[in-house]
Design a protein around this ligand. Structure first.
Ligand code: ZN
Ligand code: ZN
Length: 404
């Protein structure tokens, strides 16, 4: 049995760019090691969820790990809270929160509290309270945004939003959409009033008022979702899994699946991340783990920035970082692909398929020695997210026979 490494270059897929001579960043990049790996194995096209579906990184990774995102993805609340590094447990109810400004009649004056960009950490901390036995956790996000988590018995995500989505209107009362949402709606309403009491005279807001800024004197909740209970990865596949990822959204997701998160020095989740360390640690981790997921976020960051030259450079850095894989193919089954396309011309995720390669000693060779969106279409693979682990189990001699 071989060990498995799955390298996800986040947002890898792209479209042709004039300033790269009509090539995608991957086509334009010099990448002798990736091409070498492609030539030694099988290549093809990969749809992380299904052809044409535009995945988020969360839904794509769920699908890649073998969880049906249409069943287990319970909305943005829980996954954004994971992205903020909040420690979630199955059954918690998570919301997207935003700090806003209201007058004393609860009429919204500014839904973004004057685009507050400082002090929300202190405001969030002040809102970590307990109401009727339900523990409430708040964590600041970018600008006016925050993650809010309710933990306790008898909670349900079946409640309405309180954000009126318009200034000059009153904050809405949360209502239960089903019988089981009553308790949660009640706690939301108590929490919103309480947040006004706590925030209105908070030192951060006193200072803001002094400076003529809108006070962030209330928090509004929307997008309630229950943190899903994922079948443990290790039990599901009979192998010990770990991940090496720079962004909290994905490490949180791996933790929910019961995988260990390996900390690697120099990993930032940005374009300056230390890729060499990630690859080195992944290979070392094969001593203790059967399966290691490695995510490199930098390619996606460059795609969102619309910077094709940077994306090409990042791919070239990845290419030199992955050289050690070439010496380990007798022990490792390796797959390299992405979780979705992030074309620089679109600056967001699209449903374009991605190139994928799978390689290990003794595998068939498609004879394609270029790894890019177009060349791999001459290869043998046409796969989706839910095929990934099965293919890796097969080529690492771990798959169980289906039938006699
Ligand atoms: Zn992604
Ligand atoms: Zn992205």
């Amino acid at each position: 049995m071989k060990k498995i490494i799955l390298l996800i270059l986040d947002g890898l897929g792209d479209r042709p760019l004039d300033y790269l001579g009509g090539k995608t960043p991957l086509q334009a990049a010099k990448k002798k090691n990736i091409n070498r790996l492609a030539s030694m194995g099988m290549v093809g096209l990969f749809d992380p969820i299904s052809p044409g579906i535009r995945p988020g990184s969360d839904t794509a990774h769920l699908s890649i790990l073998g969880y049906d995102p249409f069943k287990v993805y319970t909305g943005r609340g829980p996954f954004e809270a994971l992205g903020l590094g909040m420690d979630l447990r199955p059954g918690d109810i998570a919301f997207r929160g935003n700090f806003a400004t209201v007058d004393s009649n609860m009429v919204v004056l500014d839904r973004r509290a004057g685009r507050i960009d400082k002090g929300t950490d202190e405001l969030a901390k002040a809102l970590n309270i307990v109401i009727d036995g339900v523990e409430i956790m708040v964590k600041e996000g970018v600008e006016h945004r925050a993650g809010v988590v309710f933990r306790g018995a008898g909670l349900s995500p079946n409640v309405t939003d309180v954000d009126p989505h318009e200034e000059g209107k009153s904050i809405l009362k949360a209502r239960a959409l089903t019988e089981d949402g009553k308790k949660t709606a009640d706690i939301i309403n108590k929490f919103i009033s309480k947040s006004y009491e706590i925030l209105e005279n908070h030192p951060v807001n006193k200072q803001r008022k002094k400076e003529g800024k809108m006070p962030a004197n209330i928090i509004m909740l929307r997008g309630a979702g229950i943190v899903p209970e994922l079948e443990g990865f290790n039990k599901k596949y009979g192998m010990k899994g770990a991940c090496i990822v720079g962004v909290p959204l994905l490490s949180g997701l791996c933790k929910l699946a019961g995988m260990d998160v390996i900390k690697v020095p120099g990993v930032t989740g940005t374009v300056n991340t230390n890729m060499e360390n990630k690859i080195r640690y992944a290979i070392e981790a094969t001593r203790d783990y059967d399966f290691i997921l490695v995510n490199i976020k930098a390619t996606d960051v460059a795609g969102h920035d619309g910077n094709g030259k940077l994306k090409k450079e990042i791919i070239e850095r990845v290419d030199s970082a992955i050289e050690p894989f070439l010496d380990n193919l007798d022990k490792i089954t390796l797959m390299i692909t992405g979780d979705h396309s992030t074309p620089c011309s679109v600056k967001d995720h699209t449903g374009d398929p991605l190139p994928v390669l799978v390689v290990t000693e003794g595998i068939r060779r498609d004879g394609i020695d270029e790894f890019d969106e177009v060349s791999v279409s001459r290869g043998s693979l046409r796969i989706r997210g839910h095929d990934v682990i099965n293919i890796l189990l097969n080529y690492s001699d771990r798959a169980e026979k289906f039938g006699a």
